[in-house]
Design a protein around this ligand. Structure first.
Ligand SMILES: Nc1nc2c(ncn2[C@@H]2O[C@H](COP(=O)(O)OP(=O)(O)OP(=O)(O)O)[C@@H](O)[C@H]2O)c(=O)[nH]1
Length: 362
């Protein structure tokens, strides 16, 4: 009689997960149980079912990265192995899947592992400061904050909060100011100039949206999360960037978000030239109670350097006694004081938007 190796009897219930801040990586008692697992990219999550893009069979061993970056392959429906827990897999996650990979109507694949994340965009639950937080999107490298210059009026406070969330996640930020045909962008741009945040300005002209080309260049080949209030023109931009987005997500119209306004489920849409935009229909801002002061200051290396001279518990806010930022301002040469002052003010504005959350429910 031939002795079969034990590992052939293993399945995903044998996966051992080691959780951690930077995601979880599956540990199997004996790895060969999932030697047939293929790499995938999570594009959507709904009621415990995950849309997972897997490369075409010919590219599952080689060239996987390129296929997933370009959105090539087939989107499967998958569930997660029990050990991965609830909420353990989010849009943007790189996963390993096994099971029925045929993609047929009733086919169900199974996610057995999550690859270490390069970034996690998180939000605290807004009614429990300092409490529960959850990951919204994994592995994104850019947060595109979409805000209208008029109709609806811009909300710097919301933009500030998005910036803090992005810095916490280690993501780049891009401001996208829409509806410049209704109001000038100058004032708003000046507000963010000291922070060095890049901005793209779009406007409607003769029925077309001008400025989308620059946005397209800035999202090309990257994984960008789009966030913005209802009515700012986010859908218009997503439509321009991903012309067949509605088709790609089937019967649910992820572009307009119609019928899913109360949902905060993110949806990843492949850009025609490579890269992804992740639309976040119900996400308008971020609970920031989980964010550490250092994570915000870390995004401003010049100011971070100055704050090394502060007392250990310095909040760096305006009334903070002996804050080295104030000393640096007082000592700054006349010609540099205004620019440094603007930058310090901007940083303090961001720190304030975070400390608001620590004080109690809003
Ligand atoms: N004047 C002007 N109107 C615009 C511009 N971009 C979009 N709009 C209009 O603004 C309105 C809202 O645009 P949407 O793209 O639906 O905005 P949204 O942010 O996706 O809003 P929801 O669908 O409610 O989430 C629509 O009537 C658009 O035609 C622009 O650049 N200028």
């Amino acid at each position: 009689m031939t002795d079969l190796p034990d590992h052939l009897d293993l399945d995903e219930s044998d996966v051992r997960v080691r959780p951690g801040r930077r995601g979880s990586r599956p540990r199997t008692k004996q790895r060969p149980a999932h030697s047939d697992a293929v790499d995938g990219f999570v594009t959507g999550v709904s009621r415990g079912r995950y849309d997972v893009l897997v490369p075409p069979p010919s590219r599952r061993r080689r060239d996987v990265e390129r296929a997933l970056e370009r959105g090539e392959g087939e989107t499967l429906v998958a569930v997660t192995a029990r050990e991965l827990g609830r909420g353990g897999v989010v849009v943007g996650d790189r996963v390993r899947v096994v099971g029925d990979l045929s993609g047929g109507r009733d086919a169900l694949a199974r996610i057995v592992g999550v690859v270490d994340r390069t970034s996690t965009l998180r939000r605290s639950s807004e009614d429990s400061p300092g409490g529960h937080e959850r990951v919204l999107v994994a592995n994104a490298d850019q947060l595109v904050v979409v805000t209208a210059l008029a109709d609806p009026a811009p909300r710097p406070r919301m933009v500030d909060r998005c910036l803090v969330a992005a810095y916490d996640a280690g993501m780049d930020v891009l401001l996208c100011l829409t509806k410049a045909d209704l109001a000038s962008p100058e004032e708003f741009l000046a507000l963010y100039d000291p922070l060095g945040v890049p901005a793209v300005v779009t406007r409607r002209e003769d029925g077309h949206v001008v400025g989308v080309d620059e946005l397209r260049e800035r999202v090309a080949g990257r994984v960008s999360v789009l966030v913005g209030h209802s009515g700012v023109g986010k859908s218009t931009l997503v439509n321009a960037l991903v012309p067949d987005a509605a088709r790609a997500v089937g019967h649910v119209n992820a572009v307009t978000g119609r019928g899913r306004h109360t949902s905060t489920n993110a949806v990843a849409l492949a850009l025609p030239g490579g890269g992804w935009v992740i639309d976040t229909p119900g996400v308008r801002s971020f609970g920031l109670a989980h964010v550490e002061v250092e994570d915000v200051i870390g995004a401003f290396p010049d100011l971070a350097e100055i704050t090394t001279a502060c007392l250990p518990l310095c909040t760096h806010l305006p009334a903070s006694p002996g804050c080295a930022l104030d000393a640096a301002l007082a000592a700054a040469p006349e010609g540099e004081r205004a620019a440094l002052g603007a930058r310090v003010d901007s940083l303090r504005r961001l720190l304030l938007s975070r400390s608001d959350d620590l004080e109690g429910p809003r």
